[in-house]
Design a protein around this ligand. Structure first.
Ligand code: AGP
Length: 587
């Protein structure tokens, strides 16, 4: 959801600094943006509808300031207008606030303070108004603390005061990270905002506040006591967070898969074996995640079943709470999340923990809320993933879960060998000729309004994932099916020329899925076969290496590329699909 970024330090171009840094968070929200800064003891605000990446820094060039904050919005409450864009002022203009999350009791607070004091449709305005109200009779820090005690819902906010030369920020349920350098502080919802300036960070936990004046002080909002926080050095580099020579982050991140599988499986073996033992001993293992990460979980159900002869249950995180009847202290919930901040996943974890169950998380973002609040956590080490469409994170998650399935089966070395070979095959596959061919396939189906994808066994969830990829970046109606289900309904949708993609592996179900593909072909479908081997029914053959049980990892990559090209051909921006945000921190 929304991106927030603030600076306090000695650099006098704070407005330009937050303007540039915020561009790195645009993937979190891109319907409008705004900046507040202090100049001559006055708070100035500038906001606009549209993408910050398309805006000029000109309004900030002459603004000498050492204190500034910025926000890119993904609207939840209130239409996409300049007035609803953040920062928001209190009615007396003494406090300005940027916010990510939802203040659920905002109507109640508005009623109490008087509706005439509010001029936007947002929930955020109550944060500024309530702090300003309390600031009339107490200092800024006490006013902010008192206000926090009244907010219900999720928030990460940063507040600036006309009277005080400080920034105050607090979090509950939405990410907030403090970057620290000598005499400088950077507050952001994600690390890429300040990676250029520092890699030393303090992660704020729920119900914590940071007050940045001459120095940074942390406060636990539950006890109102000052606390110490550990500084962590993060291992992402600035280059990793840039798109380099690529036109889009999505393409760059697809190509990163030449290396990311190896990074995902490069884990501490003792840790993997310990986790495998835990899985073996657990009474009931659940897998959960959202969207693409959910499809990864679903494919992993097959991995655990086929490789380790273990039954694990998948439920999308938004549905998981209903499973609470089955949870006991001996249960294990495995959650998968690229961002490590997805609200539905955090909620699933809460439900599991309330029943005393243990949680293992598989995340990409180091120090994220999900990583920090699970009992065991593994990182996939894919580097920053900034395109909204998840690509390299998904294949890394699949690789790590397949490795764990092998560890559970007592065949860790065999799993490692398979995945090393798969990584090398992916490296070969992503060659210029292959990329050109996928573009040709995209050209051939670019004008279609519907696409169907079929798969079987672990490639069935990948058919669902392929549909997500095509939908979210190209806006073509795409649906994935279990191949065998076609004849029970969906085949009625096929008309001559309808593009249908079949994800095929050289496994025991190959003939079954080929039969389903032939059934589609007989109804006039235009067949794109993703397969190690050619078949006469293919109109296009996307040749992929034979990766055995790891085939879902290999098969999904050409569809990521296909979705990318469809997006570009149709004039869309693959990095910032409409209505979506990279990290979904609201329920
Ligand atoms: C995938 O391309 C999506 N953008 C989306 O489904 C995503 O996978 C989902 O929101 C989960 O995010 P997470 O991995 O950060 O938890």
């Amino acid at each position: 959801m929304c991106g927030i970024f603030a600076y306090k330090g000695y650099q006098t171009n704070a407005t330009e600094l937050v303007f540039e840094g915020l561009k790195n968070l645009e993937y979190r929200g891109y319907d409008s943006w705004g900046i507040a800064w202090k100049k001559n003891q006055q708070i100035q605000v500038y906001k606009q509808v549209g993408k910050i990446s398309e805006a000029s820094s000109e309004p900030f060039a002459e603004q000498e300031s050492t204190l500034a904050m910025s926000h890119s919005r993904w609207a939840t409450h209130g239409a996409v207008t300049q007035n609803n864009a953040h920062p928001h002022f209190s009615s007396d203009q003494s406090i300005a606030v940027i916010h990510n999350g939802i203040i659920e009791n905002y109507q109640e607070i508005r009623d109490r303070l008087g509706r005439s004091r509010f001029s936007t449709e947002t929930d955020t305005e109550v944060i500024a108004e309530l702090i300003a109200e309390y600031r009339k009779t107490m200092d800024f820090e006490s006013a902010a603390k008192k206000a926090c005690h009244e907010f219900e819902g999720r928030y990460a906010f940063i507040a600036m005061s006309q009277e005080d030369d400080m920034l105050i920020a607090a979090r509950r349920g939405s990410p907030l990270i403090l970057g620290v350098a000598a005499g400088e502080w950077f507050l952001a919802s994600d690390i890429p905002a300040f990676l250029k300036h520092t890699r030393e960070v303090n992660y704020l936990d729920d119900d914590q506040m940071v007050v940045i004046g001459e120095e940074a002080r942390f406060i636990d909002l539950l006890s109102d006591m000052e606390i110490q926080k550990r500084t962590v050095t993060i291992d992402w580099t600035e280059e990793e967070a840039q798109k380099g020579d690529y036109d889009h982050f999505m393409l760059k991140e697809i190509m990163d898969q030449k290396e990311t599988i190896m990074r995902a499986i490069n884990q501490n073996e003792e840790e993997i074996l310990k986790i495998a033992e835990y899985i073996k001993k657990a009474r009931g293992v659940f897998l959960s995640g959202c969207g693409t990460a959910g499809k990864v979980c679903m494919a992993s159900e097959y991995f655990f079943s086929i490789v380790a002869n273990r039954h694990v249950n998948f439920a999308p995180a938004s549905e998981f709470p209903i499973y609470h009847h089955f949870l006991i202290p001996e249960s294990l919930l495995i959650v998968v999340s690229q961002s490590g901040e997805t609200a539905d996943v955090l909620e699933a974890m809460k439900v599991a923990k309330e029943k005393g169950a243990k949680v293992l998380s598989i995340v990409n973002v180091q120090g994220s809320s999900i990583a920090r609040t699970s009992d065991f956590s593994l990182q996939i080490n894919a580097g920053p993933e900034k395109a909204v469409a998840s690509t390299k994170a998904a294949t890394s998650q699949l690789s790590l879960l397949l490795l764990i399935a092998y560890a559970v089966a007592g065949r860790l070395e065999e799993g490692k060998k398979l995945l090393i070979e798969t990584a090398s095959m992916i490296n070969d596959m992503l060659n210029p000729r292959f990329l050109k061919y996928i573009k040709e396939v995209a050209d051939a189906i670019n004008h279609s309004e519907h696409t169907y994808i079929i798969g079987k066994a672990a490639n069935y969830p990948m058919a669902l994932e392929s549909a997500i990829k095509i939908q979210e970046v190209s806006y073509i109606h795409a649906e994935g099916f279990a191949a065998g289900e076609l004849k029970h309904g969906p085949i009625a949708l096929i008309t001559p020329g309808t593009p249908c993609i079949a994800l095929i592996a050289e496994d025991e179900v190959r003939q079954d899925i080929l039969n389903s593909t032939m059934e589609l072909k007989s109804r006039g479908a235009y067949i794109i076969g993703v397969s190690p081997n050619m078949h006469e029914c293919f109109d296009h053959w996307i040749r992929v290496p034979d990766a055995g049980i790891a085939s879902p990892i290999v098969n999904v990559i050409p569809i990521q590329l296909l979705a990318y090209h469809l997006s570009v051909l149709r004039g869309c921006n693959p990095d910032m699909p409409r209505n979506l945000a990279k990290s979904v921190t609201v329920k």
